[in-house]
Design a protein around this ligand. Structure first.
Ligand code: ZN
Length: 289
């Protein structure tokens, strides 16, 4: 009886996660365009250029809700049933219903992964506020990773609210005490800032972006300073493995220039779900417990 009940609950959690994943696809696609439009309009204002002199037709409303999603190839507006995550992709066999233009596999994959993260959140934290918050963090990390991969950009509109949300939630000690959260945010930003300045001093190059500092600050605010070392170590290990795999698979001789945000997000996700065990195992191994 109990097993059956939890299966049903998990199914609803999965469906909820898929729906959120569908929304994340919209954010990942539209937020960078919205930011670019607003930067262009700021530049025009600063340089006193009349909009008519530029080719950008930015007068149309464009946000996360308007206009309706459409096929990029033929402009066919996505109908309500075609918006159902995953299912419609399978029914349409990954093609536009109007012009049969192939739809990127990235969209259903993002939905499926978000759905799995919703289930994992409830699995690890149990049904409650903690699971909901964990899923919010996961969703933000997924959106930021994919935006960073495509545009080499971690939007302030996500990193900064995420940082504040972490501090606010931990004022109720949801994941850690408030003191750990505040120091986590400050040290998270500070450590990367310091590494950035040293690296720049030694090599004259900029190895990271300010978005990475803000993301680590946000993760520190959510999980506490105790998790920063683990996140930095894990993210660099994942980045190294990814780079080596990339070289082996593509047989190229040079490391690709991949942004750091996705690796930080990945490490942050692991720390969120399994960080306590990892820290415990490390301290036991080091003989400190
Ligand atoms: Zn089409």
């Amino acid at each position: 009886m109990l097993a059956e009940y939890s299966f049903l609950v998990m199914l609803w959690v999965l469906l909820f996660g898929l729906a959120v994943g569908s929304f994340l696809n919209v954010v990942i696609y539209r937020l960078p365009i919205m930011l670019e439009k607003s930067w262009f309009s700021d530049c025009r204002e600063l340089l006193d250029i009349h909009p008519a002199e530029t080719e950008d037709k930015s007068n149309q409303t464009f946000n996360l809700i308007v206009p309706r999603s459409a096929c990029p190839s033929c402009g066919h507006a996505i109908t309500a049933w075609e918006n159902i995550p995953l299912i419609s992709y399978l029914v349409l066999r990954g093609r536009c219903s109007e012009c049969a233009h192939p739809i990127s596999i990235r969209y259903p994959l993002t939905e499926a992964f978000t759905g799995v993260m919703a289930v994992l959140s409830v699995w690890v934290f149990g049904f409650g506020y903690q699971a909901l918050a964990a899923f919010v963090l996961c969703s933000a990390l997924i959106a930021m990773s994919l935006i960073d991969l495509q545009h080499k950009l971690l939007p302030d509109n996500i990193t900064l609210p995420l940082l504040w949300l972490g501090l606010l939630l931990n004022s109720f000690a949801l994941f850690t005490d408030l003191q750990s959260a505040v120091w986590g945010a400050a040290l998270g930003y500070g450590v990367f800032w310091l590494v950035f300045q040293l690296f720049k001093l030694l090599t004259g190059k900029e190895g990271m972006g300010y978005g990475d500092f803000k993301l680590l600050a946000a993760l520190g605010a959510w999980l506490g300073w105790q998790y920063l070392a683990q996140i930095i170590l894990l993210s660099s290990m994942i980045a190294l493995v990814a780079a080596v795999l990339y070289l082996l698979i593509t047989r190229q001789s040079q490391f690709p220039k991949i942004p750091y945000g996705p690796f930080l997000s990945c490490a942050g996700g692991i720390a969120l779900f399994y960080g306590a065990q990892i820290n415990h195992a490390y301290l036991a191994w080091a003989g400190l417990l």
